[in-house]
Design a protein around this ligand. Structure first.
Ligand code: CTP
Length: 393
Protein backbone atom coordinates (compact mmCIF):
# COMPACT_ATOMS: atom_id res chain seq x y z
CA UNK A 1 0.00 0.00 0.00
CA UNK A 2 2.90 2.34 0.64
CA UNK A 3 4.82 1.03 -2.33
CA UNK A 4 5.66 3.80 -4.79
CA UNK A 5 4.08 6.51 -2.64
CA UNK A 6 6.10 9.70 -2.33
CA UNK A 7 6.30 10.60 1.35
CA UNK A 8 8.04 13.62 2.85
CA UNK A 9 9.24 12.93 6.38
CA UNK A 10 9.59 16.07 8.50
CA UNK A 11 11.87 15.66 11.51
CA UNK A 12 11.75 18.28 14.25
CA UNK A 13 13.87 18.72 17.38
CA UNK A 14 12.79 16.07 19.88
CA UNK A 15 14.74 13.19 21.38
CA UNK A 16 12.24 10.98 19.50
CA UNK A 17 14.10 12.04 16.31
CA UNK A 18 16.13 8.83 16.73
CA UNK A 19 12.90 6.89 16.10
CA UNK A 20 12.47 8.67 12.75
CA UNK A 21 15.56 6.87 11.48
CA UNK A 22 13.77 3.54 11.99
CA UNK A 23 10.58 5.06 10.60
CA UNK A 24 12.38 6.06 7.41
CA UNK A 25 13.97 2.61 7.13
CA UNK A 26 10.56 0.91 7.45
CA UNK A 27 8.91 3.29 4.97
CA UNK A 28 11.68 2.63 2.45
CA UNK A 29 11.41 -1.12 3.05
CA UNK A 30 7.69 -0.89 2.24
CA UNK A 31 8.60 0.70 -1.10
CA UNK A 32 7.77 4.33 -0.25
CA UNK A 33 9.94 6.98 -1.92
CA UNK A 34 10.99 9.28 0.91
CA UNK A 35 12.60 12.66 1.19
CA UNK A 36 13.38 14.24 4.52
CA UNK A 37 13.17 17.79 5.85
CA UNK A 38 14.99 18.53 9.11
CA UNK A 39 14.78 21.56 11.36
CA UNK A 40 17.97 22.98 12.83
CA UNK A 41 17.21 21.54 16.24
CA UNK A 42 16.47 18.10 14.75
CA UNK A 43 20.05 18.12 13.45
CA UNK A 44 21.29 18.34 17.03
CA UNK A 45 19.78 14.88 17.66
CA UNK A 46 20.46 13.09 14.34
CA UNK A 47 22.34 14.05 11.22
CA UNK A 48 21.18 14.41 7.60
CA UNK A 49 23.74 11.75 6.70
CA UNK A 50 21.87 9.19 8.84
CA UNK A 51 18.72 9.61 6.75
CA UNK A 52 20.71 9.61 3.49
CA UNK A 53 22.38 6.36 4.48
CA UNK A 54 19.00 4.85 5.35
CA UNK A 55 17.60 5.52 1.87
CA UNK A 56 16.24 9.10 1.82
CA UNK A 57 16.17 10.44 -1.74
CA UNK A 58 17.19 13.87 -0.42
CA UNK A 59 17.52 15.63 2.91
CA UNK A 60 16.55 19.30 3.01
CA UNK A 61 17.90 21.25 5.98
CA UNK A 62 17.51 24.89 4.98
CA UNK A 63 15.91 27.27 2.52
CA UNK A 64 19.33 28.82 1.90
CA UNK A 65 22.44 27.51 0.19
CA UNK A 66 20.67 24.50 -1.39
CA UNK A 67 22.13 24.09 -4.91
CA UNK A 68 19.61 21.34 -5.82
CA UNK A 69 16.46 23.43 -5.29
CA UNK A 70 15.54 26.95 -6.23
CA UNK A 71 12.90 27.16 -3.52
CA UNK A 72 13.35 24.15 -1.19
CA UNK A 73 10.19 24.63 0.90
CA UNK A 74 8.06 24.60 -2.28
CA UNK A 75 9.94 21.87 -4.16
CA UNK A 76 10.01 19.53 -1.14
CA UNK A 77 6.37 18.45 -1.23
CA UNK A 78 5.70 18.72 -4.98
CA UNK A 79 3.89 15.47 -6.08
CA UNK A 80 4.04 14.13 -2.51
CA UNK A 81 1.25 11.81 -1.36
CA UNK A 82 1.80 12.75 2.30
CA UNK A 83 3.82 15.08 4.51
CA UNK A 84 4.48 13.19 7.74
CA UNK A 85 5.98 15.25 10.56
CA UNK A 86 7.45 12.77 13.05
CA UNK A 87 8.42 13.66 15.68
CA UNK A 88 6.28 16.80 15.83
CA UNK A 89 7.26 19.11 18.69
CA UNK A 90 4.88 21.47 20.48
CA UNK A 91 6.64 24.25 18.59
CA UNK A 92 5.91 22.92 15.09
CA UNK A 93 2.29 22.17 16.03
CA UNK A 94 1.92 25.76 17.20
CA UNK A 95 3.53 27.17 14.08
CA UNK A 96 1.48 24.96 11.74
CA UNK A 97 -1.75 25.83 13.55
CA UNK A 98 -1.02 29.54 13.13
CA UNK A 99 0.40 29.37 9.59
CA UNK A 100 3.79 30.66 10.66
CA UNK A 101 6.48 30.05 8.02
CA UNK A 102 9.79 31.15 9.53
CA UNK A 103 11.97 28.16 8.57
CA UNK A 104 12.09 25.50 5.85
CA UNK A 105 9.89 23.05 7.82
CA UNK A 106 7.05 25.39 8.73
CA UNK A 107 7.17 27.01 5.28
CA UNK A 108 6.96 23.57 3.61
CA UNK A 109 3.94 22.69 5.76
CA UNK A 110 2.25 25.91 4.67
CA UNK A 111 3.22 25.48 1.01
CA UNK A 112 2.15 21.85 0.63
CA UNK A 113 -0.92 20.65 -1.27
CA UNK A 114 -0.81 17.05 -0.01
CA UNK A 115 -2.33 15.82 3.30
CA UNK A 116 -0.24 16.38 6.41
CA UNK A 117 0.10 14.07 9.43
CA UNK A 118 1.76 14.91 12.76
CA UNK A 119 3.13 12.37 15.26
CA UNK A 120 3.48 14.52 18.40
CA UNK A 121 6.38 13.94 20.81
CA UNK A 122 6.83 16.04 23.92
CA UNK A 123 6.74 16.13 27.71
CA UNK A 124 3.34 15.36 29.24
CA UNK A 125 2.91 18.90 30.64
CA UNK A 126 3.67 20.42 27.25
CA UNK A 127 1.19 18.04 25.60
CA UNK A 128 -1.54 18.74 28.14
CA UNK A 129 -1.01 22.49 28.08
CA UNK A 130 -4.12 24.31 26.87
CA UNK A 131 -2.15 26.05 24.14
CA UNK A 132 -0.97 22.74 22.64
CA UNK A 133 -4.44 21.20 22.91
CA UNK A 134 -5.89 24.29 21.22
CA UNK A 135 -3.33 24.02 18.42
CA UNK A 136 -4.01 20.31 17.90
CA UNK A 137 -7.75 20.95 17.75
CA UNK A 138 -7.17 23.70 15.20
CA UNK A 139 -4.93 21.45 13.08
CA UNK A 140 -7.56 18.69 13.11
CA UNK A 141 -10.23 21.19 12.08
CA UNK A 142 -7.93 22.20 9.22
CA UNK A 143 -7.82 18.54 8.09
CA UNK A 144 -4.47 17.44 9.56
CA UNK A 145 -4.08 13.86 10.76
CA UNK A 146 -2.80 13.51 14.34
CA UNK A 147 -1.10 10.15 15.03
CA UNK A 148 -0.89 9.51 18.78
CA UNK A 149 0.80 10.40 21.03
CA UNK A 150 1.22 7.29 23.17
CA UNK A 151 1.40 7.19 26.95
CA UNK A 152 4.31 5.75 28.92
CA UNK A 153 7.69 6.59 30.41
CA UNK A 154 9.21 9.74 28.91
CA UNK A 155 12.82 10.66 28.24
CA UNK A 156 12.59 13.31 30.98
CA UNK A 157 11.51 10.68 33.54
CA UNK A 158 7.84 11.75 33.69
CA UNK A 159 5.07 9.26 32.98
CA UNK A 160 2.02 9.89 30.78
CA UNK A 161 0.88 11.07 27.36
CA UNK A 162 3.34 12.64 24.96
CA UNK A 163 5.56 9.81 23.67
CA UNK A 164 5.80 9.50 19.92
CA UNK A 165 4.09 6.37 18.60
CA UNK A 166 6.48 3.55 17.70
CA UNK A 167 7.53 3.53 14.01
CA UNK A 168 5.65 0.24 13.40
CA UNK A 169 2.45 1.79 14.81
CA UNK A 170 2.83 4.85 12.57
CA UNK A 171 3.37 2.61 9.52
CA UNK A 172 0.24 0.62 10.37
CA UNK A 173 -1.84 3.81 10.58
CA UNK A 174 -0.39 5.13 7.32
CA UNK A 175 -1.13 1.85 5.53
CA UNK A 176 -4.75 2.38 6.61
CA UNK A 177 -4.75 5.86 5.14
CA UNK A 178 -3.45 4.56 1.79
CA UNK A 179 -5.61 1.40 1.55
CA UNK A 180 -8.50 1.22 -0.87
CA UNK A 181 -11.58 0.73 1.35
CA UNK A 182 -12.95 -2.23 -0.57
CA UNK A 183 -14.66 -3.66 2.54
CA UNK A 184 -15.92 -0.33 3.85
CA UNK A 185 -18.07 -0.92 6.99
CA UNK A 186 -18.41 -4.64 6.14
CA UNK A 187 -18.55 -6.66 9.39
CA UNK A 188 -16.05 -9.50 9.31
CA UNK A 189 -15.65 -12.27 11.90
CA UNK A 190 -12.35 -14.15 11.89
CA UNK A 191 -10.95 -17.07 13.90
CA UNK A 192 -7.19 -17.44 14.19
CA UNK A 193 -4.45 -19.35 15.95
CA UNK A 194 -4.41 -22.73 17.67
CA UNK A 195 -6.90 -24.17 20.13
CA UNK A 196 -5.79 -25.92 23.32
CA UNK A 197 -7.61 -28.88 24.88
CA UNK A 198 -6.69 -29.51 28.52
CA UNK A 199 -5.67 -32.96 29.74
CA UNK A 200 -5.16 -31.78 33.31
CA UNK A 201 -4.48 -28.31 34.82
CA UNK A 202 -0.92 -28.22 33.44
CA UNK A 203 -1.06 -30.22 30.21
CA UNK A 204 -3.04 -30.14 27.01
CA UNK A 205 -3.25 -30.91 23.32
CA UNK A 206 -2.59 -28.11 20.87
CA UNK A 207 -1.01 -27.61 17.43
CA UNK A 208 1.72 -25.60 15.72
CA UNK A 209 -0.46 -22.81 14.31
CA UNK A 210 1.18 -19.42 14.97
CA UNK A 211 -1.93 -17.35 14.19
CA UNK A 212 0.12 -15.16 11.81
CA UNK A 213 -2.10 -15.73 8.75
CA UNK A 214 -5.33 -15.05 10.65
CA UNK A 215 -3.91 -11.90 12.26
CA UNK A 216 -2.62 -10.70 8.86
CA UNK A 217 -6.14 -11.19 7.44
CA UNK A 218 -7.69 -9.31 10.36
CA UNK A 219 -5.27 -6.44 9.72
CA UNK A 220 -5.91 -6.42 5.95
CA UNK A 221 -9.70 -6.42 6.49
CA UNK A 222 -9.44 -3.54 8.98
CA UNK A 223 -7.22 -1.58 6.57
CA UNK A 224 -9.83 -2.16 3.86
CA UNK A 225 -12.41 -0.44 6.07
CA UNK A 226 -14.08 -3.50 7.62
CA UNK A 227 -15.28 -3.73 11.22
CA UNK A 228 -13.35 -6.77 12.39
CA UNK A 229 -13.96 -9.16 15.28
CA UNK A 230 -11.08 -11.58 15.83
CA UNK A 231 -11.63 -14.70 17.93
CA UNK A 232 -8.10 -15.76 18.79
CA UNK A 233 -6.65 -18.92 20.28
CA UNK A 234 -3.54 -18.69 22.46
CA UNK A 235 -0.93 -16.57 20.72
CA UNK A 236 1.32 -13.69 21.73
CA UNK A 237 0.64 -11.76 18.52
CA UNK A 238 -0.35 -8.12 18.87
CA UNK A 239 -3.93 -7.20 18.02
CA UNK A 240 -3.95 -5.24 14.73
CA UNK A 241 -5.07 -1.61 15.06
CA UNK A 242 -8.84 -1.15 15.11
CA UNK A 243 -9.61 -4.86 15.53
CA UNK A 244 -11.89 -6.10 18.32
CA UNK A 245 -10.35 -9.23 19.86
CA UNK A 246 -11.94 -12.05 21.87
CA UNK A 247 -9.44 -14.47 23.43
CA UNK A 248 -10.38 -18.12 23.80
CA UNK A 249 -8.52 -21.28 24.70
CA UNK A 250 -10.47 -24.39 23.70
CA UNK A 251 -12.28 -25.26 20.47
CA UNK A 252 -15.58 -25.28 22.34
CA UNK A 253 -14.94 -21.74 23.68
CA UNK A 254 -14.13 -20.67 20.13
CA UNK A 255 -17.37 -22.27 18.89
CA UNK A 256 -19.42 -20.46 21.58
CA UNK A 257 -17.74 -17.10 20.91
CA UNK A 258 -18.32 -17.43 17.14
CA UNK A 259 -21.95 -18.50 17.50
CA UNK A 260 -22.55 -15.59 19.84
CA UNK A 261 -21.12 -13.09 17.37
CA UNK A 262 -21.94 -14.44 13.94
CA UNK A 263 -25.42 -12.97 13.39
CA UNK A 264 -23.91 -9.46 13.40
CA UNK A 265 -21.39 -10.26 10.65
CA UNK A 266 -21.54 -10.43 6.86
CA UNK A 267 -18.34 -12.40 6.33
CA UNK A 268 -16.83 -15.28 8.33
CA UNK A 269 -13.20 -16.31 7.75
CA UNK A 270 -12.24 -19.47 9.60
CA UNK A 271 -8.45 -19.47 9.77
CA UNK A 272 -8.00 -21.10 13.20
CA UNK A 273 -6.44 -24.53 13.49
CA UNK A 274 -9.28 -26.03 15.52
CA UNK A 275 -8.76 -29.29 17.43
CA UNK A 276 -11.15 -31.88 16.06
CA UNK A 277 -11.33 -33.69 19.40
CA UNK A 278 -11.21 -32.69 23.07
CA UNK A 279 -10.44 -34.79 26.10
CA UNK A 280 -13.75 -36.04 27.46
CA UNK A 281 -12.40 -36.59 30.95
CA UNK A 282 -9.78 -33.87 31.75
CA UNK A 283 -8.33 -34.39 35.24
CA UNK A 284 -9.04 -31.68 37.79
CA UNK A 285 -5.68 -32.38 39.50
CA UNK A 286 -2.28 -32.85 37.93
CA UNK A 287 -1.89 -36.44 36.75
CA UNK A 288 1.06 -37.75 38.80
CA UNK A 289 3.60 -40.21 37.47
CA UNK A 290 3.73 -43.43 39.48
CA UNK A 291 0.46 -42.68 41.32
CA UNK A 292 -1.00 -45.85 39.85
CA UNK A 293 0.79 -48.48 37.84
CA UNK A 294 -1.49 -47.86 34.85
CA UNK A 295 -0.57 -45.60 31.95
CA UNK A 296 -3.22 -42.85 31.90
CA UNK A 297 -5.85 -43.28 29.21
CA UNK A 298 -7.33 -40.36 27.36
CA UNK A 299 -10.89 -40.55 26.11
CA UNK A 300 -11.73 -38.19 23.25
CA UNK A 301 -14.97 -36.63 22.14
CA UNK A 302 -15.54 -34.66 18.95
CA UNK A 303 -15.58 -30.88 18.90
CA UNK A 304 -18.19 -29.04 16.85
CA UNK A 305 -17.07 -28.03 13.36
CA UNK A 306 -17.27 -24.24 13.71
CA UNK A 307 -17.05 -23.43 10.00
CA UNK A 308 -19.65 -26.02 8.98
CA UNK A 309 -21.97 -24.86 11.79
CA UNK A 310 -21.78 -21.24 10.61
CA UNK A 311 -22.17 -22.14 6.94
CA UNK A 312 -25.33 -24.13 7.69
CA UNK A 313 -27.07 -21.23 9.49
CA UNK A 314 -30.19 -19.90 7.81
CA UNK A 315 -28.74 -16.41 7.29
CA UNK A 316 -25.15 -17.57 6.93
CA UNK A 317 -22.51 -14.94 6.20
CA UNK A 318 -20.16 -15.35 3.22
CA UNK A 319 -17.88 -18.12 4.54
CA UNK A 320 -14.21 -18.73 3.81
CA UNK A 321 -12.37 -21.76 5.17
CA UNK A 322 -8.74 -22.79 5.21
CA UNK A 323 -7.40 -26.26 4.53
CA UNK A 324 -3.96 -27.28 5.67
CA UNK A 325 -3.08 -30.56 3.97
CA UNK A 326 0.01 -32.72 3.67
CA UNK A 327 -0.97 -34.18 0.25
CA UNK A 328 -3.66 -34.17 -2.49
CA UNK A 329 -4.12 -30.46 -1.86
CA UNK A 330 -6.80 -29.55 -4.39
CA UNK A 331 -8.88 -32.74 -4.00
CA UNK A 332 -8.87 -32.52 -0.21
CA UNK A 333 -9.70 -28.81 -0.28
CA UNK A 334 -12.52 -29.28 -2.79
CA UNK A 335 -13.97 -32.06 -0.64
CA UNK A 336 -14.12 -29.49 2.19
CA UNK A 337 -15.90 -26.97 -0.06
CA UNK A 338 -18.71 -29.54 -0.47
CA UNK A 339 -18.62 -31.09 3.02
CA UNK A 340 -18.67 -27.72 4.84
CA UNK A 341 -20.85 -26.03 2.19
CA UNK A 342 -18.63 -22.99 1.80
CA UNK A 343 -17.98 -21.07 -1.43
CA UNK A 344 -14.23 -20.70 -0.89
CA UNK A 345 -11.43 -22.69 0.73
CA UNK A 346 -7.89 -21.28 0.89
CA UNK A 347 -5.75 -24.38 0.57
CA UNK A 348 -2.11 -24.77 1.50
CA UNK A 349 0.37 -27.50 2.23
CA UNK A 350 1.32 -27.77 5.92
CA UNK A 351 5.00 -27.95 5.00
CA UNK A 352 4.71 -24.63 3.08
CA UNK A 353 3.03 -22.66 5.83
CA UNK A 354 3.32 -23.60 9.49
CA UNK A 355 5.19 -20.99 11.53
CA UNK A 356 6.60 -19.28 8.41
CA UNK A 357 6.13 -15.68 7.29
CA UNK A 358 5.28 -16.67 3.72
CA UNK A 359 3.05 -19.31 2.15
CA UNK A 360 1.87 -20.80 -1.15
CA UNK A 361 -1.93 -21.01 -1.38
CA UNK A 362 -4.65 -21.97 -3.86
CA UNK A 363 -8.15 -20.43 -3.82
CA UNK A 364 -10.38 -23.49 -4.26
CA UNK A 365 -14.01 -23.04 -5.28
CA UNK A 366 -16.61 -25.52 -6.59
CA UNK A 367 -15.68 -25.04 -10.22
CA UNK A 368 -12.19 -23.59 -10.17
CA UNK A 369 -8.83 -23.60 -8.40
CA UNK A 370 -6.68 -20.46 -8.58
CA UNK A 371 -3.07 -20.84 -7.43
CA UNK A 372 -1.29 -17.74 -6.07
CA UNK A 373 2.48 -17.25 -6.34
CA UNK A 374 4.41 -17.77 -3.08
CA UNK A 375 3.94 -14.58 -1.08
CA UNK A 376 4.14 -13.13 2.41
CA UNK A 377 1.18 -13.86 4.68
CA UNK A 378 0.37 -10.12 4.50
CA UNK A 379 0.21 -10.25 0.69
CA UNK A 380 -1.96 -13.38 0.80
CA UNK A 381 -4.25 -11.54 3.23
CA UNK A 382 -4.54 -8.63 0.79
CA UNK A 383 -5.30 -10.98 -2.12
CA UNK A 384 -7.99 -12.68 -0.02
CA UNK A 385 -9.52 -9.30 0.91
CA UNK A 386 -9.68 -8.39 -2.79
CA UNK A 387 -11.33 -11.74 -3.60
CA UNK A 388 -13.89 -11.41 -0.77
CA UNK A 389 -14.67 -7.81 -1.79
CA UNK A 390 -15.36 -9.04 -5.32
CA UNK A 391 -17.73 -11.75 -4.02
CA UNK A 392 -19.67 -9.73 -1.45
CA UNK A 393 -19.99 -6.38 -3.22
N1 CTP B 1 -12.63 -25.98 11.26
C1 CTP B 1 -13.56 -25.53 12.18
N2 CTP B 1 -13.91 -26.32 13.23
C2 CTP B 1 -13.34 -27.53 13.40
C3 CTP B 1 -12.37 -27.99 12.47
C4 CTP B 1 -12.04 -27.19 11.41
O1 CTP B 1 -14.08 -24.43 12.03
N3 CTP B 1 -13.70 -28.27 14.44
C5 CTP B 1 -12.31 -25.10 10.12
C6 CTP B 1 -10.90 -24.58 10.07
O2 CTP B 1 -10.80 -23.33 10.69
C7 CTP B 1 -10.65 -24.48 8.56
C8 CTP B 1 -11.48 -25.59 7.97
O3 CTP B 1 -12.47 -25.90 8.95
O4 CTP B 1 -11.13 -23.29 8.03
C9 CTP B 1 -10.72 -26.83 7.62
O5 CTP B 1 -9.98 -27.27 8.72
P1 CTP B 1 -9.12 -28.61 8.66
O6 CTP B 1 -8.52 -28.87 9.98
O7 CTP B 1 -8.21 -28.54 7.45
O8 CTP B 1 -10.25 -29.64 8.27
P2 CTP B 1 -11.05 -30.68 9.10
O9 CTP B 1 -12.50 -30.38 8.92
O10 CTP B 1 -10.56 -30.75 10.50
O11 CTP B 1 -10.71 -31.99 8.29
P3 CTP B 1 -9.41 -32.95 8.35
O12 CTP B 1 -8.84 -32.80 9.73
O13 CTP B 1 -9.97 -34.28 8.06
O14 CTP B 1 -8.50 -32.46 7.27
Amino acid sequence: MLSGQKIVLGVTGSIAAYKSCELLRLLTKKGAVCSVIMTESAQRFVTPLTFKALGAKEVITSDWNDPEHTIPHIDATRDAALFLVAPATANILAKAAQGIADDVMSAAILARRCPVAFAPAMNINMWQNQATQRNVKQLMQDGAIILGPAAGEQACGDMGSGRMLEPTEIIELLEGAFSPRVLDRCRVLITAGPTFEPIDPVRGITNLSSGKQGFAIAKACALAGAEVTLVAGRTHLKTPAGVRRIDVTTAYEMYRAVMNEVSRHEVFISVAAVADWRIANPATHKIKKGYTSDTPELIFEENPDILASVASLENAPYCVGFAAETDNLIDNARAKVYRKRVPLIVANLVQDALGQDSNTVVFVERDQATPLARASKEQIAQALVAKIAQEVN
